[in-house]
Design a protein around this ligand. Structure first.
Ligand SMILES: C=C(O[C@@H]1C=C(C(=O)O)C=C[C@H]1O)C(=O)O
Ligand SMILES: NC(=O)CC[C@H](N)C(=O)O
Length: 758
């Protein structure tokens, strides 16, 4: 039978953020299957009779919203009443179960105590779907549940005992006469055990039996099906891009300079000169290792882009010009830019040889989710860059483990600069050896900063609204944030005030992903603890994501073991983190295919002002068949970045619906905050950090001036900085505790402004 040798499976996606995890599980459970993922609004009910005969089974995935809202459920509700001639085995997950149940006579209810990212014991009788399963624990992501009624068409197969919270809750059902099975928990979650792979394998066994019993023959696959249901997942990523050979060459000299401070090296270059661009990506704390200094100048090539533009602004020594995007988007434009600057002869011991450095703002990611940016319309003529990058040709990389300092240039015949820099660094090192007392950091501002905090009552009311969305089933977790505005009066000083402010920040809040990006019109100062994505040099690119969820303020008495109890020992904090781990797995699976693993789950890490719960997810390209072009061209990591923004830890899950809800709960574009900053090296590696615990300003201040309250509108000579801060809201959130958590994160940057005033 065609269905059992290499079956085609239709996976219907309700815009969930776990769908690729389910597809990956399906590929493990059903040998040699082809999984076709289709959105629930991409198929009409009329099309079903034509396409279903080609499939061996359908999987109905989870999703936000409610099975009785047509926009949330799309074509799914038509599956349950198919004519007998079209019927086929279907497996539903969560929203899928709820839809099957209500179309079969059950009642839909809200849970009294919702369960998001929580693990429950799944009780079952060990038969049918649960044959041979034994003890099962399932991760739950639901606000709604079903109550079966006597005489209905579905029967219960498994349940969870929620005690006084919700009583007994249906966890699995089957249709009494039709080949439909469904589970309420998520079999694809990383923390589901017993009820995951085993249950999907059982579904396939039951489905095959049903085919035999009913003599159903799956129609042979026709190529024109591809135009309706797309290719099977994961797509083999064959590029039409011609092979590019190296077009850049890196010249490197290495010095051994123990204890030469990174900030001092920066000051040998343009760091203190406000009129020049400057970039530093600094590992100012563990687990960071390398610091990257861009030795750039006003002639260095700059790339600036705002969402919605049909062009990219490119500025270099020849001036500024608009380059049309044509049929490309900004991502493929940048990929092509980098393809023409490939190099392979840098030092294998360091991650960066030269390349693009800068930031990608939050709204760039929102745009890639196909969500409109409403607030942009009113300020369209004065929008700030969503992409702001500089091409670094000369750089210095400091390895804090070995104390080696790498001086590098991508320019041809640049030995004069390399030699001069070599001498400059050597003399700076000799001078620093003689200087025994640490230098005092000078004040940056002549008056105390004027701070406009988010309105506490308003923020708290928004936490309540967020929770209402969670209770209704629209989202499982929402990362709510707000902007704080800080107006300051820099002292008359020839040294760039933002550079000195950065030195204060890195001293007070040293972080593994610190950074100083002076890319006019934007200046960004970061003390971020969070890596979003790093990808190693090809071939065989490995991608690593390190989401943080779960924060505890450092204070006397909060030792590591106390923090571990408060974070790793807390159902709420682990659930918060687990939801993002599952979301990131989905994002990564979406590009690299099957090869995704959770390397670290919910470990407590120590930072300067906070303890954080951190997980590590990795994936690579090595196992995608026919993937040679990607692994050698180095664009796999870039593709992961393109398809995974905004960072899941800054949105919540499911990502699309959560971002839409957050747009209605936040006043401003998040802008640079919540985006990523970092680099893409000419050798193909990259490392991008989440813009949190950071502040930024725009030279023209137009948006800030417009938004700030009247008393805070900056006078001439003043600067306005913005600090974003927030936190994940879950159904278990306490409103006051969430306000406090937001202010703890805010303080990690805000107190630097206070310290930097005279
Ligand atoms: C939203 C912020 O941080 C995010 C939220 C966290 C949380 O809810 O625990 C932790 C790290 C970040 O992913 C912020 O720092 O502003
Ligand atoms: N994970 C899901 O599919 C959730 C289904 C539904 N939105 C609920 O919250 O109950």
């Amino acid at each position: 039978m065609a269905s059992t040798t290499s079956p085609h499976i239709l996976l219907i996606d309700s815009y969930d953020s776990f769908t690729h995890n389910l597809a990956a599980l399906c590929r493990r459970a059903i040998p040699q299957c082809h999984v076709h993922i289709v959105k629930n609004d991409a198929l009409s009910a009329q099309k079903l009779p034509a396409i279903l005969p080609c499939f061996a089974a359908v999987i109905v995935g989870p999703g936000p919203g409610s099975p009785d809202i047509p926009e949330d459920i799309g074509v799914i509700r038509h599956l349950w009443n198919l004519p007998l001639s079209t019927i086929l085995p279907i497996f539903g997950v969560c929203l899928g179960l709820q839809s099957l149940a209500i179309e079969s006579g059950a009642r839909l209810r809200r849970l009294d105590v919702v369960k998001h990212g929580q693990i429950s014991r799944i009780h079952h009788d060990g038969t049918g779907l649960f044959k041979g399963v034994g003890e099962a624990h399932g991760v739950r992501y639901h606000s709604l549940h079903v109550e079966l009624r006597g005489g209905g068409e579905v029967e219960q197969l498994a349940w969870a005992d929620d005690g006084e919270e919700n009583g007994s809750v249906v966890m699995a059902i089957k249709h009494k006469t039709k080949p439909f099975w469904a589970v309420q928990y998520h079999p694809e979650s990383v923390c589901t055990s017993g009820g995951g792979l085993e249950v999907l394998r059982n579904f396939w066994r039951l489905a095959k039996n049903w085919h035999v019993l009913h003599e159903r023959v799956v129609r042979p696959w026709k190529q024109d099906m591809r135009s309706i249901v797309g290719p099977s997942w994961p797509e083999s990523r064959v590029h039409s891009v011609p092979e590019h050979h190296d077009s850049s060459s890196v010249t490197t000299t290495i010095l051994h300079l123990p204890d030469l401070p990174v900030a001092e090296i920066c000051e040998l270059f343009a760091a203190r000169d406000e009129s020049s661009p400057f970039v530093l990506l600094e590992s100012a704390a563990q687990p960071g290792r390398f610091s990257i200094i861009g030795c750039v100048d006003p002639d260095s090539l700059r790339i600036v882009y705002s969402v919605g533009d049909q062009h990219v602004r490119v500025t270099d020594s020849a001036g500024s010009r608009l380059e049309p995007l044509g049929s490309r988007d900004i991502w493929s434009w940048l990929a092509s830019f980098m393809r023409h600057r490939k190099a392979s002869n840098g030092s294998p011991d360091i991650p960066f040889w030269g390349g693009l450095v800068g930031y990608l703002g939050y709204e760039l990611g929102v745009d890639s989710l196909a969500i409109p940016l409403p607030s942009r319309k009113s300020v369209s003529s004065r929008r700030h860059p969503d992409v702001n990058l500089i091409f670094v040709e000369r750089s210095i990389v400091v390895d804090s483990h070995s104390d080696d300092v790498y001086v590098q240039s991508l320019k041809e015949n640049d030995s004069e600069w390399l030699q001069a820099t070599f001498s400059l660094l050597n003399s700076a090192w000799s001078a620093s050896q003689e200087l025994s007392t640490p230098r005092h950091l000078s004040a940056v501002f002549s008056t105390p900063p004027i701070v406009t905090l988010p309105d506490k009552a308003l923020y708290k009311s928004r936490i309540e609204i967020a929770k209402e969305h969670l209770f209704a089933g629209d989202s499982y977790e929402l990362c709510l944030t707000a902007h704080t505005h800080v107006v300051v009066q820099p002292r008359a000083d020839p040294t760039s005030s933002s550079w000195t402010l950065y030195k204060h920040l890195r001293t007070r809040n040293p972080a593994p992903h610190s950074g100083y990006l002076r890319l006019h019109p934007t200046t960004l100062l970061s003390s971020s603890p969070e890596r979003f994505l790093s990808y190693s040099r090809p071939p065989h690119t490995n991608c690593q994501l390190r989401p943080i969820k779960g924060t505890v303020r450092k204070a006397p008495g909060i030792t590591r073991s106390v923090a571990e109890e408060l974070l790793a020992g807390s159902t709420k904090e682990v659930a918060e983190n687990l939801m993002i781990v599952d979301l990131i797995r989905h994002d990564l699976h979406g590009v690299v295919g099957d090869d995704v693993t959770v390397k670290q789950f919910c470990r407590v890490e120590e930072y300067e002002t906070v303890w954080q719960l951190v997980s590590v997810i990795e994936g690579g390209s090595s196992r995608i068949s026919g993937d040679s072009s990607d692994t050698t061209s180095g664009e796999l990591g870039w593709e992961v970045l393109r398809r995974s923004l905004p960072p899941g830890s800054m949105t919540g899950a499911p990502k699309k619906r959560s971002v839409e809800i957050l747009q209605g709960l936040e006043d401003d574009d998040r802008s640079v905050y919540s985006g990523v900053f970092g680099y893409w090296c000419v050798g193909g590696s990259g490392d991008w950090s989440v813009v949190i615990r950071s502040c930024f300003k725009y030279d023209d201040r137009s948006v800030a001036g417009e938004k700030a309250n009247a008393s805070a509108v900056p006078d001439a000579g003043t600067e306005e900085w913005t600090i974003g801060a927030g936190g994940a809201i879950t159904a278990l959130s306490d409103v006051d505790a969430e306000w406090d958590e937001m202010t703890v994160k805010l303080q990690s940057v805000l107190r630097t402004f206070e310290a930097a005033a005279v």
